[in-house]
Each structure stands twice: as C-alpha cells, then as structure tokens.
Design a protein around this ligand. Structure first.
Ligand code: ARG
Length: 466
C-alpha cells in the first residue's frame, strides 16, 4: 500500500516503482523504525494529540509486529516502497483504522533520519567493541614479544633495531585514535530529529524531549531544516571507518610481506590462509589481501556519500535515500574486516629467530656505532663520516660491523675500545632507547600499561553509551 495515493489519478510506472524503492536496503532498520514509532505514538497519546486508547492499541500492534518480524511470521514485503511505508501499512492491516493515526505530526523525512541514527548508534558500539577486541589480541602479541628483536625500516630499507612488541604497539596507537573518532561521531549524532516533520515541524503540541528520552538520545536537534537534511553523521562515521580500514590495510601489507619467503618473519595459520588451484606449494595470505582490497571499497562509500550530498539544497531531497547503501556497506565491510583480521593475528606464528637474524644484517646498529663515538667526545657529523667508511668496508668484505676485529676498529678511529662490541649488540641498541615511546623493554612495558588502561576505560565508556 502506498502512503500517498490521494493526489494521483494514474498509477506509477513499474520501473519508477522499482527505481524509487529502498526497501531492499532499509528493511534492516525495521527494529529501529518500530522503536521510533513506539516512542512517537506514546507521545501522541500522552499529549492528547490522538486518543490514548488509539495510542495504546497502536503500541500493542507495533510490539506484536516486531515480535512477528523477529520470528519470521511476518515477512517484509519486497515490493513495498520503504520500511516506513511497510510498517505503517502492516500495522493498519493488523489493528485496523487506528493504525492510520500513527503518522500524525511526523514525516518520513524526520523518520528516516531518526531510524538511521538509532541504527548507527548500535552499530558504532559494535565496531568500537571489535576494535577493543583487536586491541586485546595485539596486547597479547606485544606481551609475548617484548624481547623479540626485529629490524625497523624507513624507505623499506633496514634502519634500526626495534622489537616486534614496539612495532605492534604502533598499530595500537592508530586503533586508539580510531576509537576516539567513533566515540566522537557518536556524541555528535546523539541528537533526536523527530518532530522536524517534512521540513518545518508541525502545528501539534508535540513533546520532542519525551521522544528523545524514550529513545535514549541525550539532546534534540535544534533546527528542523537541518534535522531532515543532515547526513554529516553518516559521513563522519564513514570517514572514521575509512581511517580504520587504512590502518588495517597498512598492517595487512606488512603481514603480506612478512610471510613471504624473502622476509619469513611470521607464518599465518592454515585456517587463515588459502591455497592455489594450480600451484601445490602455495599458502596465500588472502585475508590480508582482501582487507587491503576492501579498504578501497570503504573509501568508495565515503566518496559516494560526500558526492551525493554536495549539491543538495535544503531541505530533504530524494538523493539522500542513497545514503544508506553506502553507509551500511561501509559498516558491514569494516566489521567483517576487523573480525577476520583479529582472528588472523591471533593465530599467526611469530618467527622470532628469523626476525633477529634479519636485524643483525643490514647495518641496523650503524647509528649506535656513531653514537658510541659521540659519547666518547667526537662530533656527530665526524662520527657519521667514520661509520659511513666502516659500512663501506664491511660491504666490501661482506661482514657485519660486529664482525670487525679490535684492530680494524682502531684503524677507523683510535677512540674505539673493547666496549664497542657490547655497545652495538642489538639488545643494547634496543635497551638503550629507553625514552618514552622507544623500543626498550621498559618503554614498551609502559606503552602496554597505558594500553591496558585505555582498553579498560573504553570498555566502561562503551557500556555507558545509551
Ligand atoms: N525512503 C526514504 C529515504 O530513505 C524515506 C524518506 C522519503 N521521503 C519522501 N518525502 N519521499 O530517504
């Protein structure tokens, strides 16, 4: 049943019906649509806008419909225009003419943004929780690898020794910011738009604060034109999701590299790898590759919505119906990526000895040789020059700096003493970097402590969100 047949003398073209319909996308918001309608109709009864017996009958009807959709005894009609039309028409079908009073003082324009906000509030909490789960997995891996030395890179060239814990904790910082952004988006979307009507509110004595508190919003929106045409919350969420995906994608790229024969730093579990239909030896990191690939898709969702919105005059225009497909796709993709990525990390094997061996090559302790000379009085620029020559010499002989004899060291500078060997041992190089943020075990333990506190606090914050 259409909600707007009165003004029309002819039926709508079949193709236009299909083109116009959003039920295939918005039917997933049926719960939120019914929750919103329940709050609205209670308010209509309380304010005497409709008789309280009608309001009560509608409440009962809506509750019954919710139970029946949940249990599958009511099937959502795929030919309906949208979920709002469907719920209203099925209500009238079930309870009779009183159902026709539900839409008093309301428009689908304020209803659709209310439903989307309600839906998004739940989904943002699920995503935050999933990042916290990933944080816990990463924390576990970090704890197991506080002393696992690996090469740190710049320009994809071995640079200085770090630990695997230090490397993992870098991603934890990114995911901490991601959680902050999601809480922030949540806070801004937590304004209840119903009562804005089509664009200019209504003439009924509605109580918007009541509806807001029934639905767990902390505020109501303040301008009806903005309320029905604002999609910032969807864009903000997609932008936060894009950053999450960007972080997952960078991490995935490293996972892909690390499990190549060339790096051989980790091994992914069989349950998170796939094989090749032709090459029997292959074990491929498809999960990481897919996360990297799906990142493009979430960026696309963000671009879709930014572009849909850029030329829309106030207030509601039908273009905005396009918001949900992009938003839901971004949410589903990010959630599935987070969950799968978490499992992949949880089950991967870290090849500590290979990481250490790799760090021992490539002159990752060259800076420490220079620092040694500086600490014994040489100017840094001169020390840099001396060590540059040492590196050239070692490349020529195909040895590491540690392999030089004392005599060879002395040939480069008389300042070198026996203690040079200890000073450039990889473990010393790491442990000496004990400033806040560094790779030393004490710095890393401190980062771990802060992260533990962060997880605990944010679990609490999450449970406080209404
Ligand atoms: N299905 C629509 C949407 O998703 C609901 C609002 C329709 N409003 C209207 N005036 N046609 O945006």
């Amino acid at each position: 049943m259409k909600l707007w047949g009165g003004r029309f003398t002819e039926g709508v073209n079949e193709l236009v019906n299909t083109f116009n319909s959003s039920i295939s996308i918005d039917s997933r918001m049926y719960k939120e649509d019914i929750e919103g309608s329940l709050a609205h109709v209670k308010m209509l009864g309380k304010q005497g806008i409709i008789p309280s017996q009608d309001s009560e009958k509608i409440v009962e009807g809506l509750k019954e419909i919710l139970i029946r959709i949940n249990s599958g005894t009511i099937e959502i009609d795929k030919d309906a225009e949208d979920i709002h039309s469907f719920v209203e028409s099925i209500l009238t079908y079930y309870i009779g003419d009183e159902g026709k009073k539900l839409h008093t003082g309301r428009s689908r324009n304020d209803q659709v943004t209310l439903d989307t906000k309600l839906y998004l509030k739940k989904y943002i909490k699920i995503i935050i929780n999933e990042i916290l789960n990933l944080h816990e997995t990463l924390l576990e891996k970090a704890n197991e690898n506080i002393n696992t030395i690996m090469p740190g890179y710049t320009h994809m060239q071995k640079a200085q020794p770090i630990t695997f814990a230090h490397h993992i904790l870098a991603y934890c910082e990114m995911f901490k910011r991601d959680i902050g952004r999601l809480f922030d988006a949540y806070k801004r979307l937590d304004e209840m738009p119903l009562g804005s009507g089509a664009l200019a509110t209504s003439t009924y004595p509605i109580d918007r604060e009541f509806v807001a508190s029934e639905l767990g919003f902390s505020k109501i929106t303040l301008n009806s034109l903005d309320s029905v045409s604002d999609r910032d919350y969807a864009i903000e969420t997609l932008s936060a999701l894009s950053l999450i995906m960007m972080h997952l994608s960078r991490f995935s790229e490293e996972i892909i590299l690390w499990c190549t024969g060339e790096f051989n730093f980790i091994e992914l579990d069989d349950s998170y790898s796939t094989g090749s239909s032709i090459m029997p030896q292959k074990k491929n990191p498809d999960v990481a590759e897919l996360v990297r690939g799906k990142t493009g898709r979430v960026y696309g969702d963000l671009m879709t919505l930014l572009t849909v919105m850029k030329g829309i005059p106030l207030a509601y225009n039908k273009d905005m119906q396009e918001d949900k497909e992009a938003l839901f796709d971004g949410l589903d993709t990010a959630l599935l990526s987070l969950q799968t990525f978490n499992g992949m990390i949880k089950t991967m094997k870290v090849k500590k000895a290979n990481m250490k061996k790799s760090a021992a090559g490539g002159f990752t302790n060259a800076t420490d040789v220079a620092d040694y000379l500086v600490k014994k009085g040489m100017a840094f620029r001169n020390a840099h020059e001396v060590v540059g020559k040492i590196v050239l010499y070692c490349i020529d002989k195909d040895i590491a700096i540690d392999d030089l004899s004392m005599e060879e060291f002395k040939n480069f500078s008389p300042i070198f003493e026996e203690d040079i060997y200890k000073a450039i041992d990889l473990l010393t190089c790491v442990e000496e970097r004990s400033v806040i943020g560094g790779p030393s075990s004490s710095s890393v333990k401190m980062q771990i402590e802060v992260l533990e506190k962060f997880i605990k606090e944010n679990k609490e914050n999450l449970s406080c969100l209404k």
